[in-house]
Design a protein around this ligand. Structure first.
Ligand SMILES: [Zn+2]
Length: 260
């Protein structure tokens, strides 16, 4: 039986790896010239009778490139197994995903938008404005990745938003990395609450020290969002997952395994 006020199953999907040439971009003043590898997860959720995706990972097309492909800012994306195949492992096709929630529009989050043109997309309104505005390059967006999005299928969120209206999946507005960056709290029956904090921080050191990557859209907002995420996780006794934390990611089950 599936209750409506929880996510029955949460499948972390492997949305590829991102290899960045200079870690000091993420932590200014430290690790100059050191390469860093990031996990890029996205998350499939089963709620009621439907499938919802939080972010879409790096484009499946990158899997065809031996050794990956430099996508943006010298960052190499590597896809070992496509999202399509990972969904097939679970027994569903992209067409069965009826809802997509976007944390923000960087290539490692919106990369597979083209697989879900039929879905309803939840996007922060200020994020969407930045995606389609003339300053998209300043924010590091690649519009060709989301050109298939149908405006009539987009629900523009104004900051915090309860996706199903029952507390199972709540979006929290955490801007700073990008103008409309947001995070997602999911409520599971056995595993409890998970706060999927996307790119609020790339790894624990930055969260602990309030370090803001040099390319973030707003440093003050970034620090405030880090504080907000920590308070939220504390107040709700939630596990906090930083999407790009390679070390943490190695400890969590990935599809076809799931949490419930
Ligand atoms: Zn990212």
């Amino acid at each position: 039986m599936s209750a409506q006020n929880i996510i029955d199953r949460l499948y972390p999907l492997n949305g590829g790896l991102a290899v960045a040439p200079d870690r000091s971009v993420y932590t200014p003043g430290r690790w100059k010239g050191e390469q860093i590898t990031f996990s890029c997860n996205c998350y499939l959720m089963h709620h009621g009778s439907g499938w919802t995706l939080w972010d879409t990972g790096i484009s499946d097309g990158v899997a065809e490139e031996s050794g990956g492909k430099v996508i943006a800012h010298g960052i190499r994306g590597i896809v070992a197994r496509t999202l399509t195949l990972q969904l097939a492992d679970i027994g569903i096709s992209p067409a069965e995903v009826t809802t997509v929630i976007l944390s923000h529009a960087h290539f490692d989050h919106v990369g597979n938008a083209a697989l879900f043109p039929h879905a309803t997309w939840f996007i922060q309104s200020v994020e969407y404005a930045a995606m389609i505005g003339s300053d998209y390059a300043k924010y590091g967006y690649s519009p060709e990745l989301y050109q298939t999005l149908d405006k009539t299928k987009i629900v523009l969120m104004e900051e915090d938003h309860d996706i199903f209206g029952d507390g199972a999946a709540r979006v929290f507005f955490t801007p700073g990395h990008t103008p409309g960056h947001c995070s997602l709290m999911v409520h599971l029956s056995n595993a409890g609450k998970m706060l999927l904090a996307a790119d609020v921080a790339h790894y624990p050191y930055n969260l602990e020290h309030g370090c803001v990557p040099s390319f973030n859209s707003d440093a003050q907002q970034s620090v405030a969002s880090m504080q907000r995420i920590r308070s939220l996780a504390d107040a709700e006794s939630a596990q906090l997952w930083l999407n790009h934390d390679f070390v943490k990611s190695a400890t969590i089950p990935h599809a076809p395994a799931y949490l419930d």
